[in-house]
Design a protein around this ligand. Structure first.
Ligand code: ZN
Length: 132
């Protein structure tokens, strides 16, 4: 575990949120990317070495759509940068944390996996590793 890589924020309208966050942070998103497999559009803002990821659902089955329906817009997950995602995922499983699905390809050239908020005091936790 090296650092917090980004915070993910669930939004209803990513164009509107891009404008709001550009004003808030004083920078434009450096990347916008759709992740078909997750049913999301994303955009990334860089602040020093920290990032903020905005996520909008592209279909009603997307986890982001369900999240917003239940809880409204807001912080959706915290992502931690790891050197070896296989090893860290296994370490957390061995510690009793509850994985959601397998390691997969995420936005921003990352391999990602998630751990259930039930096992992390209510915070959906993502591990991410830069793709080689
Ligand atoms: Zn993320």
């Amino acid at each position: 575990m090296r650092k917090i890589e980004h915070l993910g924020i669930a939004v209803k309208d990513i164009e509107q949120a891009n404008e709001t966050y550009s004003k808030l942070l004083g920078v434009k998103p450096y990347k916008q990317e759709a992740v078909e497999s997750e049913g999301v559009k994303t955009s990334f803002f860089m602040l020093g070495e920290s990032k903020i990821e905005l996520l909008e659902a592209t279909n009603a089955d997307s986890a982001i759509a369900k999240y917003i329906e239940k809880r409204g817009e807001g912080i959706h997950h915290i992502a931690i940068d790891v050197e070896d995602i296989q090893a860290e995922r296994q370490r957390l499983i061995d510690e009793g944390f509850q994985p959601i699905g397998d390691i997969k390809e995420g936005a921003d050239n990352k391999l990602i996996c998630f751990f259930h908020p039930k096992s992390t005091n209510g915070v959906l936790t993502e591990l991410c590793q830069e793709r080689p």
